[in-house]
Design a protein around this ligand. Structure first.
Ligand SMILES: C[S@@+](CC[C@H](N)C(=O)[O-])C[C@H]1O[C@@H](n2cnc3c(N)ncnc32)[C@H](O)[C@@H]1O
Length: 405
């Protein structure tokens, strides 16, 4: 028996600052005995829940099934112990594989070298049991992914039950200049509590990630509807019948999108073409309205949900223009969005301040390497006020944090 089979225990890797959100989602999908860790959640799940989590989770990155945990002070022990796993129970020599490794506070302190040692160990194992034949390594698109984590000289070898990272949905072949990670867009939609009762608009939609995730959420399209290869297919106890029944059941719950419920616009025609291309891979996307214009040209957007991710203004010389854009967005929300709640994801406190409206909620979230904040602006009526105290407090906090770093 492998370790994951003893307690049905797994580890979900999750994007930074999304641990609690992901724990909530895992529980909804059938995980039990969850425990939040740094950038991850430990949980237990039966095979049905494991397949459901991989097929439908919108926020987690991958799920690892631990095979073996052992004391690992050096690479000889790593190679020798890895041979105890009967690798042919997981995959055959005609499949390709890849290793991802991480090391922390251990005598083995080079993750690349550790992954090469494990790779060699697995290759040698196959040579022994398969008449000198070994499976090939493919680091870009392998059939099977194996994860090695060594912390304080304790190694865990796991099979990645997701395969490719779950943020890859398969709809985004083209990206814009600063695309939002799919898992982050899904988290923002969840945090907005948008339930399809009012129209959703992304007024700076770029490559359309927020639109695609809103469409998938509303239409109950499983997040991995477009994926054909999952890592859990390679578990020795993979049950094809349970998987196929579950998939059919989840697919049957999909529903169509009312025309115009979701819309997106961008001032760039090129970005609208990219958004159109990405959306085209998803069912029901014909009902998403797309148009090319700056949001400043829109007459009004009342009683809806505005979710957007304006430019970050990171490039040299761009900042002042972007600052002006944020002020115009604030004015637009104040003057033309009666009854609308806005959710704006930004990376820079100065830009957030430039919006100039009171925020009712702030949630720190990470987009790749960028730390940003999702701000909620409730329907704004009344005179424009700048809440300096609130911004000052945030600036103070960031200053302290950077001093501490
Ligand atoms: C950070 S990107 C959005 C990325 C998007 N969330 C994605 O996943 O691809 C910001 C977008 O704002 C657009 N933009 C900038 N100023 C605009 C304006 N005044 N009106 C509409 N779109 C604008 C840019 O063309 C760009 O596509």
């Amino acid at each position: 028996m492998y370790e994951y089979q003893i307690n049905n225990s797994f580890f979900a890797q999750v994007p930074g600052m999304m641990e609690t959100l992901c724990e909530e989602e895992l529980k909804e999908l059938g995980a039990v005995n969850t425990k939040v860790a740094y950038r991850g959640v430990y949980f237990e799940a039966d095979p049905t829940a494991l397949y459901r989590i991989n097929y439908t989770s919108r926020m987690i990155s991958r799920v690892l099934a631990p095979l073996l945990t052992f004391q690992c002070p050096n690479t000889n022990i790593l190679i020798k112990t890895a041979e105890k796993i009967r690798w042919e129970e997981f995959f055959s020599v005609d499949k390709t594989f890849a290793i991802t490794a991480s090391v922390a506070k251990s005598q083995i302190n080079n993750s690349l070298y550790a992954s090469q040692c494990l790779k060699d160990g697995i290759a040698d194992y196959f040579r022994k049991v398969s008449n000198g034949i070994r499976p090939d390594v493919n680091t870009v698109n392998p059939d099977v992914r194996i994860n090695l984590h060594i912390e304080k000289d304790v190694a865990v070898i796991s099979l990645d039950t997701s395969g490719e990272s779950l943020h890859k949905r398969g709809y985004r072949l083209l990206a814009g200049e600063a695309p939002m990670q799919e898992t982050l867009a899904a988290a923002i939609i969840r945090l907005s509590k948008w339930d399809g009762q009012n129209p959703l608009w992304d007024c700076m939609c770029g490559s359309g990630t927020i639109l695609c995730e809103a469409l998938m959420y509303y239409c109950r399209i499983p997040a991995q509807k477009l994926r054909t290869n999952f890592g859990f297919f390679y578990l020795p106890d993979f049950n094809k019948e349970i998987w196929e029944n579950l998939k059919a059941e989840l697919d049957s719950k999909m529903r169509s999108l009312p025309k115009g419920l979701i819309s997106g616009s961008d001032k760039s025609q090129k970005m609208i073409e990219v958004a159109k291309d990405n959306l085209s891979r998803l069912p029901f996307s014909d009902s998403v309205d797309l148009s090319t214009h700056p949001f400043q040209h829109v007459k009004q957007f009342e009683n809806g949900t505005l979710i957007t991710n304006p430019p970050y203004g990171i490039r040299m010389g761009e900042f002042e223009d972007v600052q002006k854009l944020y002020t115009e967005l604030g004015d637009f929300i104040k003057q033309k969005c009666k009854g609308t709640t806005a959710f704006i994801y930004t990376g820079d406190p100065v830009l957030r301040k430039s919006i100039g409206l009171k925020t009712s909620k702030r949630v720190p979230l990470v987009n790749g390497k960028l730390e940003g904040v999702l701000v909620q602006i409730d329907s704004y009526e009344g005179s424009k006020k700048r809440y300096y105290a609130e911004y000052k407090a945030e600036e103070e906090l960031l200053k302290k944090k950077s001093e501490a770093d």
